[in-house]
Design a protein around this ligand. Structure first.
Ligand SMILES: Cc1cc2nc3c(=O)[nH]c(=O)nc-3n(C[C@H](O)[C@H](O)[C@H](O)COP(=O)(O)OP(=O)(O)OC[C@H]3O[C@@H](n4cnc5c(N)ncnc54)[C@H](O)[C@@H]3O)c2cc1C
Length: 476
């Protein structure tokens, strides 16, 4: 069953321009005028640099005979494999320019691709380099290569570190395969993921001690150290230093806990100097409760109300241990917030008209956007899909916002299976009939992975350009 509610009235409200009665407004985060092309150019440039370094050391001449060619493949695989591992680390550094240029979802996807490619290349590096080393007049057999790896690990100085590094990379790749991830808690997967840093550190010493491109060449060593610094400095700055400084400055705490409906609770968070915290509606924070049993885990939550420089609101659905623990926090509990992150904001908007499509608890960032996106009468529309009326969150607030913001707000209730193919409101035909001007709209989408896949497919079928579609995935 679909329930539709429309309301169109009065004036629009401006993002970051005194939306509420008080004079305080938060500053907007800095925008970086970089494009994804700039980032890819930087990474390509680093690839060219290390290839040039390898050629300068006579790498290309190795191709003169078959065993030399195997050694060359081993060397190049090691260099590119390490470069991709560093790119993966940079992508997860949460540096604001990376976040803004590619978005956190895309950064996570690219990180995954770079990570898997890096592990394959490092395996090729180990096999090819050992094969070249143990081959005599003829190319080594698999048994000789295995024995060569054992000898290298046991007898070669630094060999054990290199083999352990490769094993750790392989372990992380293994637990990151989707089928394996389904069996792991997020925290277990994340904990194992941290071994990458140990592996990268061990690999670094192995390269400087044994790498044919580094031994005896100070310039090559400095270039390599600079590449490591380019990946690790942003990581240290934005994963550790910035959050610590920000939390010392703002001293966040739970101000109020409000029950929204059974299983869904809002935390109102306050702190010091919130008027100087740059943040946009649609962004999210990692929330860590500074309690004896909560300090070690951080869970991501989107703002569910436009930031007003006084308080931040997060709305949390109970799914597992982490969310239940956050729901039980008492007012006054200190919090450590990491963020704000994410690109599901007004900053990426390309059109005046906007359609927000929410599924389930994915309503949180879209509720905040409905509140603050500047819009003229009728420019804003929200479709909010839930399995049943009882699952609706913010029903009254949304009705009020529809009124105040002159927005079309539709509640669609029913599971996907309860719709026939023809009347599924999330199908291409369903969306087109509800929003005939959909091609002229930016579409902001947030919900379960299955629902998001369904809507993304419909938007592709309708020909909505990719630049007009903005997504936030509540997953890892
Ligand atoms: C960018 C982003 C914004 C989010 N915003 C909201 C929000 O506003 N309101 C809300 O209720 N939920 C939101 N979520 C989902 C929320 O983070 C998870 O439901 C929560 O972390 C579950 O933790 P748990 O320990 O209770 O459950 P678990 O039992 O550990 O997991 C339940 C589900 O949540 C996923 N999950 C667990 N930990 C994480 C994590 N650290 N990162 C991503 N997914 C995780 C798991 O894959 C699993 O599917 C958001 C997720 C992301 C990635």
């Amino acid at each position: 069953m679909a329930v539709t509610l429309s309301a169109r009235i009065k004036g629009a409200v401006g993002e970051g321009r005194g939306r509420r009665s008080g004079p305080l407004t938060p500053p907007l985060p800095r925008r970086w005028s970089l494009t994804p092309g700039d980032l890819y150019l930087l990474i390509g440039g680093a690839g060219v640099l290390i290839t040039g370094m390898w050629v300068r050391h006579g790498g290309a001449t190795l191709f003169a005979d078959p065993i030399g060619a195997i050694a060359a493949v081993g060397q190049l695989a090691g260099l590119y494999g390490t470069l991709l591992a560093l790119v993966g680390i940079l992508l997860m550094s949460r540096a604001p320019w990376v976040d803004q240029v590619v978005g956190s979802d895309e950064a996570a996807r690219l990180h995954r691709l770079a990570g898997f490619a890096s592990v394959w290349l490092l395996v090729v590096h180990a096999l090819a380099s050992t094969a070249a080393l143990v081959s005599g007049d003829t190319i080594a057999t698999p048994n000789q290569i295995v024995q060569g790896i054992i000898d290298f690990t046991v007898l070669q100085e630094g060999g054990l570190g290199a083999t352990v590094a490769l094993a750790l990379f392989a372990l992380v790749a293994l637990v990151s395969i989707r089928a394996a991830r389904a069996f792991l808690a997020y925290e277990t997967w994340y904990g194992i993921h941290l071994y990458v840093y140990v592996a990268v550190a061990l690999g670094f010493t192995h390269q400087l001690a044994l790498g044919s491109d580094f031994v005896g060449d100070a310039l090559a060593r400095s270039t390599w150290v600079a590449l490591y610094a380019a990946a690790f400095l942003p990581l240290i700055a934005f994963r550790f230093v910035t959050p610590i400084v920000r939390n010392l400055r703002h001293q966040f705490y739970v101000d109020e806990v409000v029950m929204e409906r059974t299983g869904v609770v809002s935390l109102w968070v306050s702190g010091r100097n919130l008027e100087s915290l740059p943040v946009r509606a649609g962004q999210w924070f990692g929330i860590r409760a500074l309690t004896s049993d909560g300090w070690w885990r951080s869970n991501p939550y989107s703002l569910s109300a436009g930031p007003d420089a006084r308080r931040l609101r997060f709305t949390i659905e109970a799914l597992g241990d982490g969310s239940r623990r956050l729901q039980r926090l008492a007012p006054g509990t200190r919090l450590f917030l990491e963020g704000p992150y994410g690109l599901l904001t007004g900053a990426v908007r390309t059109r005046e008209k906007v359609l927000l499509i929410a599924g389930g608890i994915g309503i949180t960032p879209l509720r905040a956007l409905l509140e603050v996106l500047p819009a003229r009468r009728g420019d804003l529309a929200l479709m909010y899909r839930v399995p049943s009326k009882d699952s609706l969150v913010f029903k009254r607030e949304l009705q009020r916002l529809a009124d105040v913001r002159n927005a079309d707000v539709s509640f669609v209730t029913g599971s996907r299976d309860s719709f026939t193919f023809r009347d599924d409101p999330l199908s291409a035909a369903g969306l087109k009939s509800a929003y005939p001007d959909i091609l002229e709209r930016d579409v902001y989408l947030c919900g379960s992975p299955r629902m998001m896949e369904r809507v993304s497919q419909s938007l592709r079928e309708l020909g909505v350009p990719k630049v007009q579609v903005h997504l936030e995935r509540f997953g890892w």
